[in-house]
Design a protein around this ligand. Structure first.
Ligand code: PMV
Length: 306
């Protein structure tokens, strides 16, 4: 019996979501404690199982057409389009919370199938296959999430769709807090696109400024200047609000994080709900921010060293 395993993790955008869809850079950190694991085994009947779905390819196509397309292309690539299999996915990455759950699924599944067929793959091949699902899920995907859910350190994702790991000399932590409200990335990307098409000059200038913020962020990380990096996160948040993807509750959580010692805070991912990310220079402050956010109603919170 053949067996294949693949794993990935969550991510948080430190800078540059949305503008990254328009070709500007982004800085994205992995969240290694939230992960997604996929296992494929040979079987005489196809069955796909996740925490909230169990069914055939046909049924999958109705609920998760991105994953369906990805599986179809993977089987085609290995010239076994009708091969029956059992795919089991276990993920503790909260979905629709700006933490890259759909990219985490796509990468874990792609790696599991490559392993199943004993295929020696490159990150680029994992990226290309995973993007089949991501593009279908989000309408238009930058590809940044896909790299970040494979990376073991914060990445600078640039306009040529290349990712470089940023080395940080100083100790730094991020606190993630889930607002408890779902934020659908495809809806947020569409809202921003509609705004942009209505007023390209205004929204184009926001994207440009966000791109410049991400460029500066790379310099601050390399220089180990967390105070300035935190300021950039807060400036980026103001622009995200102007794009129309923040919410009053996200703004409230951001304020609470800053009041409790965060060097900067912003929403992460698509927005319209989902999560915030706050920067802390030490573990004690990170813990204080985390408990303040939980007390203010965040439904989940995590600390990650970056
Ligand atoms: O909401 P998430 O975790 O899927 O992140 C989306 C990030 C965007 O920049 C809004 C879209 C993209 O494709 O990069």
């Amino acid at each position: 019996m053949n067996f294949g395993f693949g794993q990935s993790h969550a991510k948080a955008h430190l800078l540059g979501e949305h503008s990254v869809v328009y070709g500007y850079p982004a800085i994205i950190a992995p969240l290694l404690s939230l992960n997604c694991k996929a296992e494929v085994i040979s079987s005489d009947q196809t069955l796909i199982e996740t925490d909230n779905f169990s069914g055939t390819m046909y049924q999958l196509n109705y609920r998760f057409s991105g994953i369906y397309s990805l599986l179809t292309e993977l089987l085609k690539f290995f010239q076994q389009p009708d091969l029956p299999f059992k795919l089991h996915i276990k993920s503790n990455v909260p979905s629709k919370k700006g933490l890259g759950s759909s990219a985490a699924y796509s990468v874990a599944i792609t790696k599991a199938f490559f392993d199943f067929f004993d295929y020696q793959y490159s990150d680029e091949e994992v990226y290309n296959f995973s993007q089949i699902a991501e593009n279908k899920n989000h309408g238009k995907s930058s590809g940044g999430d896909t790299y970040a859910v494979m990376a073991d350190g914060p990445i600078f994702f640039d306009s040529s769709k290349d990712a470089t790991i940023l080395k940080l000399d100083t100790e730094a932590y991020i606190v993630i807090a889930d607002s408890g409200t779902a934020g659908l990335t495809s809806q947020a990307v569409k809202l921003v696109a509609d705004n942009y098409h209505r007023d390209p000059k205004k929204y184009g200038s926001y994207f440009k400024e966000m791109g410049a913020i991400a460029e500066s962020g790379r310099e601050e990380i390399i220089a180990g200047d967390l105070v300035d990096f935190g300021d950039l996160m807060t400036r980026n948040q103001k622009l995200l609000a102007q794009l129309g993807v923040s919410t009053p509750y996200l703004e409230r959580l951001i304020k609470i994080a800053i009041k409790n010692g965060a060097l900067g805070a912003k929403l992460t991912g698509g927005g319209l709900g989902g999560s915030i990310v706050a920067l802390a220079s030490d573990k004690e402050t990170a813990n204080q921010i985390k408990s303040a956010l939980s007390q203010s109603g965040a439904t989940g919170s995590w600390i990650s060293k970056i």
